[in-house]
Design a protein around this ligand. Structure first.
Ligand code: TRP
Length: 354
């Protein structure tokens, strides 16, 4: 069986370091592993519109931002096909057929949908399109016969729902669709990176993000203002490492060689944590170290991003070619789907057959 990756992000803002450790980094590793026959990375503008119907301009503007973020982290257009969701209308048609295989109550139970409805204050006025986005996401995944879907942990319920749709479709219409698996980062600290304010999630609306495109000074300012252990007041005080964002970031970003380079008094993160727990280690010292680490990690991304930003017509061309390629693939799958459902009436005069 072919090994195929499909994944994507909504273009509602620039991507941040939470996206990076939560999934983008994994995607680049999978891309470089050479184990995949096809890789599709989708800019999910149609999904972004499901809760931004009044702000198409915002979605439009962020398409390039997300494309540049992808190219910045090392998604290689020679190896991965980057495309724009709405440029593949077959996805919408698949969604329409899959909608009949899912109940309203099943979508209502989807934990991600539930929490998003709350966050957006949609309780009494859920747009139908928004409500259906898990079904459209199943269309995105199955249209490419994806076997692997590297995404953030918050997307697990979407993958569960997709698998159910695949099982239902195959049992009703015959074996047609491919069941996908989620790929999550192995490092626990990467699963859900907290905001710089210590809130559970890094999110644009909370204003607690470090963006992949942030300049060095901004990164430094954000890190030096980070929330730490509120009970660690004087340097001598014992501190808590668990749930302390500064350490979570180090868990997510630090490589062993950074100690020798930036903090040679310590050999490892464990040693640094032990000292913090004992007391006698100030927050400023750790933040300075974290800043050095993050600067090292983000510099190549920002520079690569800038080099693409200077060649926007090339990015435009690769999105266009990527979208055409993605459409060809999705059209094939749509054909298979319609054949399985026996609604391919005009193929080989099928409507005349019993
Ligand atoms: N829901 C994803 C997000 O919020 C975007 C997305 C749309 C996606 N379709 C997908 C992710 C299919 C993986 C597979 O960013």
């Amino acid at each position: 069986m072919k090994q195929i990756i499909l994944t994507g992000d909504r273009p509602t803002g620039r991507l941040h370091v939470g996206h990076y450790v939560g999934s983008l980094k994994e995607r680049v590793e999978l891309q470089e592993s050479g184990l995949y026959d096809e890789i599709y990375i989708m800019i999910a503008d149609a999904q972004a519109l499901t809760d931004n119907a009044e702000h198409p301009e915002k979605v439009r503007q962020n398409i390039m931002n997300v494309a540049l973020d992808y190219l910045g982290v090392g998604i290689d257009p020679e190896k991965s096909t980057i495309f724009i969701q709405s440029m593949v209308p077959e996805l919408t048609e698949l969604t329409f057929y899959y909608m009949n295989l899912v109940t309203v109550s099943r979508v209502q139970r989807n934990p991600t949908v539930k929490s998003e409805i709350q966050q957006r204050g949609f309780e009494t006025s859920i747009p139908v399109g928004f409500f259906c986005y898990p079904i459209s996401q199943a269309a995105d995944i199955t249209a490419f016969h994806a076997t692997k879907v590297p995404v953030g942990e918050d997307q697990l319920p979407m993958l569960e729902q997709c698998k159910e749709i695949v099982a239902k479709f195959n049992s009703v219409y015959g074996e047609t669709l491919t069941e996908p698996d989620i790929v999550l980062p192995g490092n626990k600290a990467c699963l859900r990176l907290p905001g710089i304010d210590g809130k559970a999630k890094m999110s644009k609306s909370l204003g607690n993000c470090i963006y992949l495109s942030d300049e060095p000074e901004e990164i430094k300012k954000k890190i030096m203002s980070m929330y730490t252990d509120p009970n660690h007041i004087r340097v001598e005080d014992p501190g808590t490492v668990e749930g302390n964002p500064v350490f979570t970031y180090l868990d997510a970003f630090c490589r062993p060689e950074y100690f020798e380079e930036f903090l040679p008094d310590y050999k490892s993160l464990d040693e640094l944590k032990d000292h913090y727990r004992r007391g006698g280690l100030g927050d400023v010292k750790i933040k300075k170290f974290l800043n050095n680490v993050m600067q090292e990690e983000l510099r190549p991304i920002r520079e690569r991003r800038k080099s693409w930003e200077a060649r926007l017509p090339e990015v435009y061309e690769l999105l266009k070619a990527g979208s055409e390629k993605a459409e060809r693939k999705a059209a094939e799958t749509l054909k298979e789907v319609k054949h399985a459902m026996r609604i391919d009436y005009f193929d080989d005069g099928n409507l005349l057959k019993s």
